[in-house]
Design a protein around this ligand. Structure first.
Ligand code: FAD
Length: 452
């Protein structure tokens, strides 16, 4: 270890820490275990100490001490990322920000909140005032708003409101630098992109202003079809028809065995579309399903669904679909796919024929650059690294899909695809010693290598 942890600890005396190896190990992990490739790459990577500040001034003391003693610092929210975003590659401290969680203001159209606030708490508070979040990850219950901004991209609600990075969804971010004298940096408008999806490598996010919209009492529902192509065509047409939906998730019948709670509501001989639909749209939703030979399996507001022992529809979508399967059988993993536009359901059928029992299909619909974009999160039987990358090549080269590789831990190899120079420039200001989540950005590593 190149840093003096004892000296660091002395400086932050009075702030809660824990160093029990089991707890530290637990807080050094996220959901990277979805990927056997990441499981191998990240095995044994743990921090030295978890630090749990309770207010922004304590965060400042921690940031200052980390900078003075050159202690690596990995920020952690809910720890639900899928790419090892929260795994400290070079030890150091895990800065658990979940106590920095005050809801500061709730106004018509906007909320200002501390970054460690759980998304569910924020959305529930907004709902009490007749508003709701534009979008959230399906990990709504555990994930924090800061973790969503730093590690996520969109999710439930993205069909209606686009991706998180779209203009206006986040209006303001307050960032603290990691320096002996930590600075507060305020970002507005397009400048927010400097920290968006940066994996906590360029500043500690303290506060976020997010957009709200008038709340809808979404009906959680599923329609069942005789054929996955019918399910896909129905979902695509529901959008052409402009049905007001917050979620539209086609899931093929072979997933039914992983959705045991649903029993006959999602039987093994029907393909499903799980959805959240505006109450006034239910008659149109039902009629459109019938026009595709489909039937409504269930339709109720969330409180009734939960009282019936069922999961909300959004926990049947996005990466929860993968989670349902992995809970039952760890021999699976997954891919993240963007399909070419205009979307052709025939392409999915060709892929299903090509991969047979090795791929189960699940799709998500979102709005990207104003247009409906179909994403796939197929479940993939893991047959080794070479087979996985062969499949990725086939999706890209034969089918024209774009893969956001979920088996890598740097920002650039995964979703971003390229070095974001503005994020690296911002890191020079917000993390000049390169202490934050080291090893997660290739841009910084190559920048350092090029310095004399
Ligand atoms: P964490 O995992 O704690 O952190 C994520 C990254 O952000 C880390 O690099 C961390 O260092 C950094 N970070 C956290 N807080 C701060 C802060 N205050 N300042 C600076 N950096 C910070 N993602 C989606 O986008 N959409 C989905 O629908 C979705 N569904 C999911 C379903 C499942 C079952 C799982 C396991 C994951 C899913 N994810 C999804 C990924 C993940 O849940 C989300 O991105 C979530 O928003 C992460 O929030 P978190 O608080 O858990 O972040």
């Amino acid at each position: 270890r190149a840093y003096d942890l004892a000296a660091f600890r002395r400086e932050i005396e009075g702030i809660r820490v824990y160093d029990d190896p089991k707890q530290v190990e637990l807080k050094s992990r996220d959901y990277f275990w979805y990927s056997p490739i990441l499981s191998q790459a990240l095995e044994g990577r743990v921090g030295d100490l978890v630090v749990l500040p309770t207010d922004q001034d304590e965060v400042r003391r921690v940031a200052s001490a980390a900078a003075r003693h050159k202690v690596p610092l990995t920020v952690r929210g809910g720890g639900t990322g899928n790419y090892g975003q929260c795994v400290p590659l070079q030890g150091g401290i895990i800065l658990d920000v979940t106590k920095i969680d005050r809801i500061l203001t709730l106004e018509p159209g906007r909320a200002r909140v501390e970054a460690g606030a759980r998304i569910a708490r924020l959305d529930d508070a907004a709902r009490e005032g007749g508003q709701e979040l534009l979008m959230y990850p399906s990990t709504r219950r555990i994930a924090t708003i800061g973790g969503f901004l730093s590690g996520g991209s969109g999710g439930v609600g993205s069909l209606r409101h686009g991706m998180l990075r779209d203009d206006g969804n986040v209006g303001y971010v307050k960032v603290m630098s990691v320096e002996p004298e930590p600075q507060i940096i305020e970002l507005h408008g397009p400048d927010i992109q400097k920290v968006q999806h940066a994996y906590g490598t360029n500043g500690i996010i303290l506060e976020i202003d997010v957009a709200l919209t008038p709340a809808t009492d979404w009906i959680h529902t599923a329609a069942l079809f005789e054929g996955y192509d019918r399910a896909l065509r129905f979902a695509v047409e529901a959008q052409h028809e402009g049905l007001d939906c917050y979620l539209l998730t086609p899931v093929e019948r072979r997933f039914a065995r992983f959705y045991s709670k649903y029993g006959p509501l999602f039987p093994a001989d029907r393909d499903g579309v799980f959805a959240m639909v505006a109450p006034k749209e239910m008659p149109r939703f039902e009629a459109l399903a019938a026009a595709h030979g489909g039937k409504i399996s269930f339709a109720m507001p969330k409180p009734e669904l939960v009282a019936a022992g069922l999961q909300p529809a959004y926990e049947c979508g996005w990466n929860h679909t993968t989670l349902q399967a992995l809970k039952a059988d760890k021999s699976w993993t997954y891919l993240q796919v963007a399909y070419p536009r205009p979307f052709d359901p025939e392409l999915v059928l060709r892929q299903m024929r090509r991969y047979g029992d090795d791929v189960y299909m699940h799709h998500e619909m979102a709005r990207l650059e104003g247009e409906v974009q179909i994403f796939g999160l197929p479940l993939v039987k893991y047959r080794g690294r070479d087979a996985m990358y062969r499949m990725i090549r086939e999706f890209e080269e034969i089918d024209g899909c774009t893969i956001y590789d979920p088996h890598v831990f740097t920002i650039e190899e995964g979703g971003m695809k390229q070095i974001d120079r503005s994020q690296i420039e911002f890191k020079k200001r917000a993390d000049p010693y390169g202490l934050m989540n080291p090893g997660k950005t290739q841009g910084w590593t190559s920048d350092m290598a090029a310095r004399p």
